[in-house]
Design a protein around this ligand. Structure first.
Ligand SMILES: Nc1ncnc2c1ncn2[C@@H]1O[C@H](COP(=O)(O)OP(=O)(O)OP(=O)(O)O)[C@@H](O)[C@H]1O
Length: 219
């Protein structure tokens, strides 16, 4: 279970206060995958980062009662001066998992040959994305956080291999996915919400959420 209790978050831009959440309270239960609709620039990434613990709220409490993933596509956990192998073994130990298994899985999935044993700082953007994505798939979480659909690398073979794995994983787990369009949420969301005016408005179905979202964004 993931719970926000009276959480506020805003940014001061130098001219105005940009409010993302204003004393918002909601909870997401395991088994009830949630799709969150929000227009661009309203705080989707900030919200997902707060869920993951990457960003702190200004006020309020966030309770994480299960294993919550880092956001899909997040690469901040990789250390440039360490090799891919060192990075994934280190993270395996952080999660109390078998480093040999995690290394073998990531080596197989990201398929970057000798670069796996070279510092991550030498990788292309696509290689980094493949390593981060492989790492996420090698770890087991109770809830997966996804910002705007599946991240795509430019490698079609990797996309197919990793996409199939991700889809089968997500079908049997709990997903929180944020997007500015309902179609992206359709496949996974059991319930839905709209992020608006600092609040997360919860609905039982995506259709209901979409009605409010369309009304607010299209008039
Ligand atoms: N550190 C920061 N300082 C000031 N403003 C910020 C900061 N981080 C985010 N913002 C602003 O807060 C708002 C929400 O940002 P966020 O990236 O969460 O939105 P988003 O919905 O994910 O955007 P997009 O759809 O464009 O990716 C934006 O207006 C952004 O410019």
């Amino acid at each position: 279970m993931l719970e926000f209790v009276n959480v506020s978050k805003s940014f001061w831009t130098g001219k105005q206060r940009k409010v993302i959440l204003d004393r918002a309270s909601f909870r997401v239960d395991i088994g009830n995958s949630l799709g969150i609709l929000a227009p661009n620039g309203t705080g989707k990434t900030t919200l997902i980062n707060m869920m993951a613990g990457l960003e702190k709220p200004d006020e309020g409490e966030i309770h994480r009662m299960c294993r919550i993933s880092f956001p899909l596509g997040f690469m901040g956990g990789l250390v440039n001066r360490h090799t891919g192998r060192e990075n994934v073994r280190y993270i395996a130990r952080l999660y109390s998992l078998d480093p040999d298994y995690i290394e073998a899985f990531c080596r197989w999935l990201c398929d970057i040959d000798e670069y796996f044993d070279m510092p991550v700082g030498t990788y292309s953007a696509g290689m980094r994305a493949r390593l981060a994505f492989s790492l996420l798939l090698s770890l087991e979480f109770d809830m997966y956080l996804i910002d705007e659909g599946m991240p795509q690398t430019t490698d079609p073979i990797f996309n197919r291999k990793a996409g199939d794995l991700l889809r089968s994983r997500l079908e049997s787990t709990t997903v929180i996915i944020v997007s500015h369009q309902a179609e992206t949420l359709q496949k996974f969301a059991k319930s839905a919400a709209v992020l608006m005016n600092g609040q997360l408005h919860m609905f039982d179905t995506l259709e209901e959420a979409k009605q409010l979202y369309d009304y607010e964004t299209q008039g």
